[in-house]
Design a protein around this ligand. Structure first.
Ligand SMILES: C[S@@+](CC[C@H](N)C(=O)[O-])C[C@H]1O[C@@H](n2cnc3c(N)ncnc32)[C@H](O)[C@@H]1O
Length: 201
């Protein structure tokens, strides 16, 4: 079985539909670079779905700085038990997200919210993001959105370890413990790096 089929199961058709939306309107509207067309599955969809194993069943989730819906939409497709808010300040992007969520038929549990993290007042079990900001700024934006006992999952590149080390004092002040995890949606795909932040015990 392909990684796509194993990860998305009965939702594979929905995931493929989202890939088509990214490859069409996503590129037309300038939300996705044209060179990404060939690597949408590996670099964007499966990379986002790698978070699925780190999110407890039935969680409320916010994707901060969702852009074209990454990682929130693949996560929502892979995990029908989750309720997800896609938080994004730019109108063009929220218009794209609203249409995509509507076309994918997931409006019952995925909401598009236009706004900036620092102005948003709700709390969630899990706060996810990808390519949002350097870790210290990300923590200032995302920690207030985390419900007590919840977690922050930030998809990061190779700098994850250095960013975590540089944020030691801020994390201690907020009683947060950080770890760098290497996760993958399926054994046949490249692992991706996630910083997980949880309350210090
Ligand atoms: C580099 S893009 C990443 C988009 C998407 N997460 C991805 O991985 O493709 C960063 C996104 O964060 C959004 N953003 C910037 N400042 C923000 C803020 N203060 N609160 C929430 N989102 C913000 C931007 O509008 C942009 O869509």
């Amino acid at each position: 079985m392909s990684a796509r089929a194993a990860v998305f199961g009965p939702q594979l058709e929905s995931a493929s539909r989202y890939v088509d939306i990214l490859a069409g309107r996503g590129i037309e509207w300038g939300l996705i670079g044209p060179r990404e067309r060939e690597r949408l599955w590996d670099r964007h969809i499966l990379n986002s779905a790698a978070l699925a194993d780190l999110v407890p069943h039935g969680s409320s989730v916010v994707d901060v700085g969702s852009g074209a819906g990454l990682p929130g939409i693949p996560l929502a497709i892979a995990r029908p038990d989750l309720r997800i808010d896609l938080l994004e300040p730019l109108l063009r992007r929220t218009n794209f997200l609203t249409q995509a969520v509507d076309e994918l038929g997931i409006t019952n549990r995925v909401r598009v919210v236009r706004g900036r993290a620092e102005d948003h007042r709700e709390r969630y079990d899990v706060v996810v993001s990808r390519a949002l900001a350097p870790l210290e700024r990300l923590v200032r934006w995302c920690d207030p959105l985390r419900a007590p006992g919840g977690s922050i999952l930030a998809l990061k590149g190779r700098t994850a370890g250095d960013e975590l080390a540089a944020a030691t004092r801020l994390l201690a002040a907020r009683r947060l413990t950080g770890e760098v995890l290497s996760v993958r949606a399926h054994p046949s795909v490249e692992p991706t790096t996630v910083i997980r932040l949880t309350t210090t015990r």
